[in-house]
Design a protein around this ligand. Structure first.
Ligand SMILES: [Zn+2]
Length: 248
């Protein structure tokens, strides 16, 4: 059976274009994740909740955003209440998550609970953040969590490196003639003097004699090559090797 169209639709039926105007299907308060409802907290978590509750009562530990939310919440004008902030049993909640006051010790305990315990087993940064954010929230929680995980002693000692192996240093070959092998380096962004703010240093690997060539930081590779030809190649001829750890 085909879909009704402009020709088959009965004239007294509306086309449904504006059926949903002014109708909220899912109200924001129903979307809040009520993770703690019906869940009994014990041990460390109970202590954390107790400390959070105390921190909420102590206005000094609250950040401006939480204070503003509390003022909104306590306002007698119902029109300005924020649906994102709720106060349930003395715990301030942002989008259903418990707001943790500005107490470094309390926040550290929460992240430790989601990272250090044997059950969770030192998960990575994103997994730890996922576990923390199931129940808790505070401003810049992601940054705090990242710093905690990246400085975790056990993770630093045991987690494998996830990048390709670092290359090994190669010994330089034995030299037999002067000005055959040179090392070139650039000292750039110096205070400008007479139009120059950089120095190209060219050192002979055997005699250690040096050419200091004045130049400018903005000189491109072609300009550096011209200077090299003029000040080095013209005096010492063709060389075999150049050792340099950077370009101009
Ligand atoms: Zn760890």
């Amino acid at each position: 059976m085909g879909k009704p169209d402009a020709l088959s639709r009965r004239a007294d039926h509306r086309n449904g274009a504006s059926d949903n105007e002014n109708i909220v299907l899912l109200r924001l308060e129903f979307l809040a994740v009520r993770v703690l409802e019906g869940v009994e907290r014990t041990g460390v978590e109970q202590k954390i909740l107790s400390d959070t509750h105390k921190g909420n009562q102590n206005g000094d530990q609250e950040e401006p955003i939480a204070k503003a939310a509390r003022e909104l919440w306590s306002s007698t004008n119902k029109a300005v209440h924020s649906l994102e902030w709720l106060n349930i049993d003395g715990l301030l909640r942002f989008r259903g998550k418990i707001y943790v006051p500005q107490s470094p010790d309390l926040r550290r305990q929460i992240v430790a609970l989601c990272h250090d315990t044997q059950i969770v087993g030192h998960p990575g940064c994103w997994k730890t953040l996922e576990l923390v954010s199931q129940d808790y929230w505070w401003p810049q929680m992601s940054r705090y969590n990242g710093q905690y995980v990246s400085t975790c002693d056990l993770c630093l000692q045991t987690k494998p490196w996830r990048h390709s192996p670092i290359g090994e240093l190669q010994p330089l070959s034995v030299l037999d003639a002067r000005w055959d092998t040179l090392s070139v380096d650039f000292v750039v962004k110096l205070p400008e003097s007479s139009g120059h703010d950089a120095v190209m240093t060219v050192v002979d690997a055997i005699s250690k004699r040096v050419h200091f060539i004045l130049m400018h930081t903005m000189v491109i590779a072609e300009g550096a090559a011209q200077l090299f030809l003029h000040y080095v190649w013209k005096l010492h001829g063709l060389l075999k090797h150049v050792v340099s750890n950077r370009g101009p």
